[in-house]
Design a protein. Structure first.
Length: 266
């Protein structure tokens, strides 16, 4: 029916609107995924830079450790020379001992710093791997979102086309419904007119039948009387009208009266 078609058209229109909203959402998600991919790429670049800086720091710590080792050797040699100098070298021996202790502490600190830098470099490397994996995942998500956006766009276009077609069909169905209603009204009018005409025809037929039956009685009686035809009489040849009036007294005299009565009843 037209009402059901209207409901279907409304549903398709709502579907088209929802598909349009989904298309906008998919486009927005696509843009956000692209931005996320760019951020991840920047994060990967930053992590790689941090890893490079950590390696450089490790190299510097290695140089500090080497300097501390050489300082320790120099302090050891200075202590040996101070011991050879005897009483004159005792003060220098104390200084050499302090320098040696400082060099050892510097070496230990450099070793600890190197360990921390190494651990940090490992963590940075792990972070780079994770961020790279996240970047790949975002690229895949971006590709999926792009495909979904294309599918949603196709669905939205198809829904709009269906909505347009259904609107046209609904308009045509509405027009057909109006024409059908007009035809139904015309059929009702024709039926009423036919019934009226039938009633008038029946009344006229009854009147005609009543007139025909009453007018046919004299015609049925007149041929049955033998006195109406007498060829042996000479007066019938000279005066036929008087003969018919005289001989047809039984039937012809009653015929005008019967006709007058039937006309009066009609």
């Amino acid at each position: 029916t037209v009402a059901a078609l209207g409901e279907v058209t409304g549903g398709v229109n709502r579907t088209a609107d929802n598909a349009g909203q989904a298309r906008k959402t998919a486009d927005s998600a696509k843009v956000k995924a692209q931005k996320g991919g760019e951020i991840v790429a920047e994060a990967v670049t930053a992590m790689n830079a941090i890893e490079g800086s950590s390696q450089q720091i490790s190299q510097i710590i290695g140089v500090i450790d080497e300097i501390a080792f050489q300082t320790n050797l120099l302090a050891l040699n200075a202590g040996v020379e101070a011991a050879r100098a005897g009483e004159a070298g005792k003060g220098f021996a104390v200084v050499a001992q302090e320098v040696r202790a400082l060099a050892q502490r510097s070496a230990e600190a450099a070793k600890e710093i190197k360990g921390l830098i190494t651990a940090s470099s490992e963590q940075v490397g792990r972070g780079v791997e994770l961020v790279s994996a996240s970047g790949k995942s975002l690229d895949e998500i971006l590709a999926e979102v792009a495909g979904m956006a294309e599918i949603v766009a196709a669905i939205a276009d198809s829904a709009r086309e269906q909505a347009t077609s259904l609107r046209e069909v609904s308009g045509a169905a509405d027009q057909m419904d109006k024409v059908t209603q007009q035809n139904a009204a015309m059929v009702e009018e024709s039926t009423a007119a036919a019934q009226t005409l039938q009633a008038e025809t029946d009344g006229l037929a009854q009147a005609i039948a009543r007139f025909t039956v009453k007018g046919a009685k004299p015609a049925a009686v007149a041929p049955a009387r033998p006195a109406a035809v007498k060829p042996a009489q000479p007066k019938a040849a000279s005066k036929p009208v008087a003969q018919m009036r005289s001989t047809g007294t039984g039937g012809a005299a009653r015929k005008p009266a019967a006709e007058d009565q039937s006309w009066e009843e009609f």
